[in-house]
Ligand binder design. Structure first.
Ligand code: ADP
Ligand code: MG
Length: 255
């Protein structure tokens, strides 16, 4: 499980918080149309194992998300959803296969080039810093990205308004409810205007009603801003609202 400060420490986490700009919205009349343009995100024949190969997790995954598409990644616990999301976001490296952001292969990018491809992450447990305020937590990725403070605050106020958090900005995370914490995590992931958002069971630790509210918000934010969203979830009801549902089983996609 990632720790709150990890995103400062690794290429991947920093990028994860930094948020792919300039992706093209491929939806027409609210429905996804298969476009002829490049995929926003693409995995080609991905293999991944742990413990020196004794735990084989991904067995030749091929996956792609079109620009602006919302994709639900479903499958039983342990089938490799989180592992795939981590690889898609550059948080870990595959044993074999390629991950591409647009036309750029992650493994061949320098740190600086990689950071230009903005990818946001939302985790099941929000991974916020409990002693800091909502505002402070959300400003961290903008400091890492070198965004001027005034610009960052304007972005935060916009996101806080859209997520109903304006009145909670100066509150410490530990004083917030589960739903408010996850809304804060959404804001933080969106601070640097990502083109791709990867969400790993973002509603998995919430009650049903809050879970639905957070999911609706997530989908609305992604669609309004034309963000490509890939979300792992157990909840088929929520998954059905995405443009596409991708089924994973035993480390493979069986769409
Ligand atoms: P899911 O998200 O679909 O529940 P995961 O991708 O988390 O599945 O895990 C897939 C399998 O890989 C599981 O059997 C899990 O125990 C194993 N696994 C995940 N991460 C590690 C790790 N860092 N070290 C060893 N095994 C791992
Ligand atoms: Mg998981």
């Amino acid at each position: 499980m990632p720790r709150p400060f990890d995103f400062f420490l690794s290429k991947g986490r920093e990028t994860a918080e930094a948020g792919l700009a300039g992706t093209e919205d491929a939806r027409v009349d609210g429905k996804h149309q298969p476009p002829s343009t490049l995929a926003a995100l693409r995995a080609e024949n991905i293999w991944k194992s742990y413990e020196d190969g004794s735990i084989q997790v991904l067995n030749g995954v091929d996956f792609e998300a079109r620009p602006g598409q919302t994709v639900a990644l479903c499958g039983p616990s342990g089938c490799g959803k989180s592992t795939l999301l981590h690889l898609l976001g550059g948080l870990d490296e595959p044993d074999r296969g390629r991950i591409l952001l647009g036309s750029a292969e992650i493994a061949k990018l320098s740190r600086t080039q990689f950071l230009r491809h903005k990818v946001g992450f939302v985790f099941q447990l929000h991974n916020l810093i409990p002693d800091l305020t909502l505002e402070e937590n959300c400003l961290i990725p903008t400091v890492a990205a070198g965004t001027p403070r005034r610009e960052a605050l304007a972005r935060l106020h916009d996101l806080a308004g859209r997520t109903g958090l304006t009145h909670r900005l100066t509150q410490r995370i530990q004083k917030l409810s589960g739903g408010e914490r996850q809304r804060t995590a959404l804001c933080r992931a969106l601070m640097n205007r990502p083109g791709i958002l990867l969400a790993d069971e973002p509603t998995g630790s919430l009650d049903e009603r809050t879970s639905r509210q957070i999911f609706d918000l997530l989908l609305d934010l992604a669609r309004t801003d034309g963000i490509t969203l890939v979300m792992a979830t157990h909840d088929r009801g929520l998954a059905a609202q995405c443009d596409r549902l991708v089924e994973m089983r035993d480390g493979k996609i069986c769409e």
